[in-house]
Write a protein that binds this ligand. Structure first.
Ligand SMILES: [Mg+2]
Length: 359
């Protein structure tokens, strides 16, 4: 197999993004070559092997084009970028599980283990029929789980009503961008039902133009659950809601590239913001999109994370992949937002002063 290693050295910011994006696309035409791309070295200039293939002029033209390009599209992650999902999840889950323990007396470690099993089955740590499917509760209460556990469900709902809110500056920043004509899209891995609920309750319906999320998980066939998809109650009124392909997840850059195409934009016009170094920053960089790290929302080191890990829907492979990706210095964000979401605004100004990596 013909193999070459591409190293792009740092000289100008703009071209590196475009070069990467272009390179990813070009792979489709060179599938017979095993090409390694050094994602930690960015820039425009010396794509030696690319130049050998005759692409250097293309990259330099793209670099000049991008340097003068004003951003007009924002694509934002949702959880821990627009609101504190981890805090929300921890508070609601803890309130519910505390009641479950009080009522049933089940060992918490058994509860957590069974929660993790059910969450992995449905691919979400927010599965709304969780209690009905926990074997330890079904053994005790049979088909009466929901009625016995009504106080636990109410504890969950009461906590949810109380704590669900956007991070500071998110609402006014989105409003400001909309006034300036910026197209705003959200891309989340949280499944449709849960994201949809939060969009309505957080006032994001209409504030964000287009939402991309995975479709919902299956519902248990014998569920006595309390939601219906048939009456339109859960539909967003203003935001257009599209589903991402089943089984495709961040940090797959192809999904982001497809979203940008769907929005009728080019990668040079887009800023992508997210809190997760691997799933957001790395993905955006691989797609050739200007990345901004919502460091104010980075959550992996909070104590709540430990409980999430115990009951998570993540598979061991997913946890290991993220752990490796979080090694210091492995992935360097282009822009870091330390205080709040509003720090994204300068990137949409005409003279946005996008820096080189050395500056
Ligand atoms: Mg996130």
């Amino acid at each position: 197999m013909d193999c070459c290693k591409i190293t792009v050295t740092v000289s100008e910011y703009g071209g590196c993004r475009d070069a990467q994006h272009w390179f990813i696309r070009s792979l489709r035409f060179h599938r017979n070559k095993a090409v390694q791309f050094n994602t930690r070295a960015y820039g425009t200039a010396t794509c030696v092997q690319l130049a050998r293939y005759g692409y250097r002029g293309h990259i330099n033209r793209a670099a000049r084009k991008m340097d003068s390009m004003k951003k007009r599209v924002l694509i934002t992650d949702v959880d821990n970028t627009l609101f504190d999902w981890q805090h929300f999840w921890y508070q609601t889950f803890s309130a519910m599980i505390k009641q479950v323990q009080n009522i049933s007396g089940v060992d918490p470690e058994i509860l957590y283990r069974e929660c993790s099993f059910v969450h992995q089955k449905y691919g979400t740590s927010e599965y709304s029929h969780l209690l009905e499917e926990l074997p330890c509760l079904r053994e005790r209460y049979g088909n009466d789980v929901l009625s016995v556990m009504a106080p636990a469900i109410e504890a969950f709902r009461e906590t949810r009503r109380r704590i669900l809110k956007l991070y500071p500056t998110v609402e006014e920043t989105l409003q400001s961008l909309k006034r300036d004509g910026v197209l705003i899209a959200a891309y989340t891995e949280s499944k449709a039902f849960y994201t949809n609920y939060r969009f309505r309750k957080l006032g994001l319906d209409g504030l964000i133009d287009v939402l991309y999320s995975p479709p919902d998980h299956e519902l248990p066939t014998n569920s006595s659950g309390n939601r219906s998809y048939s009456n339109g109650e859960y539909a967003l009124q203003h935001t257009v809601h599209h589903h991402t392909p089943e089984g495709e997840e961040k940090p797959n850059p192809d999904i982001l590239v497809q979203i940008i195409a769907d929005l009728g934009a080019s990668v040079e016009e887009v800023v992508y913001i997210g809190d997760n170094i691997l799933k957001d920053v790395y993905m955006a960089q691989q797609a050739g999109v200007t990345d901004a790290h919502a460091n104010y929302g980075a959550s992996q080191h909070k104590p709540e994370y430990e409980l999430l890990r115990k009951v998570t829907h993540w598979t061991p492979e997913m946890v290991e992949r993220e752990r490796k990706a979080l090694r210091p210095g492995e992935i360097t964000p282009t822009f870091i937002l330390n205080r709040n979401f509003a720090e994204i605004l300068p990137l949409f100004e005409k003279d946005n002063g996008i820096p080189t990596r050395e500056s």
